[in-house]
Ligand binder design. Structure first.
Ligand code: ADP
Length: 286
């Protein structure tokens, strides 16, 4: 990190910076731990064209989750541009490996977040899933929202990038016919929106935090689908979660349908290694 930025940040923090060290684990921005004599902060830096918008929507998403008062998020201290680089500065959470008790708290608190509702599916602004734009245009029904704002844009992008052929892709009407019996009595729930194992932290004193969200109001099983995409969280997390919110005989099918969105996003972001998983779900259901 250059010295001018260090000086700029120390003005914002009103503290002198003593040590800056890189933090690994993210796949979009460069990240740093910024230490002063009394505190530690987490900084993300990115100079791509979308970065300012990405950081603004990330900061806004963290604030929306925080205001729901169910699960903590790091406090955002600044979100701005300095010398052509966008930055997001927040509280640093010293974390540890989760214990069973921590997973139980995470499961219970996520279920509480999912009980925050809205009168429609979507959000008042669009955001990003990874570095791809994610439309949150409100729709009257969950079926319409999930088809129009989630599956169709990713299917079209995959066709455009020649990662899928249009013959492999179901039409919006095909999807709608299939989802009719599967999507019933779904209420808008506040979602993290990108809940893989790298997007939560357990603080040293056992407090769960959500980071890097892609929030909107949608079906609560979408977050569970993402937790299960790469191996799943600890069983105690699911036991706690499902002691609050019920499953039914169609939950596992819906989870695959929700994983299809995330797999399409991975296909579009990282390429053909995700083709097999996408194709398996498309062939199974459409
Ligand atoms: P990216 O948007 O580039 O994927 P992330 O927001 O996921 O970056 O952050 C990268 C990594 O940095 C995370 O996996 C996590 O380990 C760590 N991290 C993120 N936010 C914080 C924070 N507030 N405090 C401490 N570590 C954090």
């Amino acid at each position: 990190m250059n010295n001018d930025l260090k000086i700029h940040l120390s003005h914002i923090l009103k503290e002198s910076i003593t040590v800056v060290s890189p933090v690994h684990g993210g796949d979009i921005s460069s990240a740093y731990k910024v230490k002063t004599s009394n505190n530690s902060y987490f900084l993300k830096l990115n100079s791509s064209t979308n970065a300012a918008k990405m950081f603004q929507t990330e900061a806004y998403g963290l604030q929306i989750i925080n205001e729901a008062n169910t699960i903590k998020t790091p406090k955002v201290l600044a979100c701005d541009i300095f010398q052509n680089s966008s930055f997001l500065l927040m509280e640093f959470i010293e974390s540890k490996l989760p214990s069973s008790r921590d997973y139980i708290n995470l499961g219970n608190q996520l279920a509480q977040l999912h009980q925050c509702t809205s009168d429609k599916f979507g959000l008042d602004h669009d955001n990003f899933i990874g570095s791809l734009p994610q439309s949150n245009k409100p729709n009257r029904t969950w079926t319409d929202f999930y088809i129009t704002e989630r599956l169709v844009p990713q299917l079209e992008l995959a066709i455009q990038k020649q990662l899928l052929s249009k013959y492999e892709c179901p039409s919006a009407q095909n999807i709608k016919d299939f989802l009719k019996s599967l999507f019933k009595d779904i209420k808008p729930a506040l979602l993290h929106g990108d809940l893989w194992s790298g997007n939560y932290l357990i603080s040293k004193n056992g407090v769960p935090y959500l980071i890097d969200p892609a929030v909107y109001f949608g079906h609560h099983e979408v977050d569970i689908a993402m937790t299960k995409l790469f191996g799943g969280f600890d069983a105690t997390f699911y036991d706690a979660y499902y002691s609050n919110l019920k499953r039914d005989e169609n939950t596992s099918t819906r989870i695959e349908i929700y994983q299809l969105y995330y797999l399409l996003v991975h296909l579009n972001l990282f390429g053909s290694s995700y083709y097999g998983s996408v194709s398996t779900i498309l062939k199974k259901y459409f």
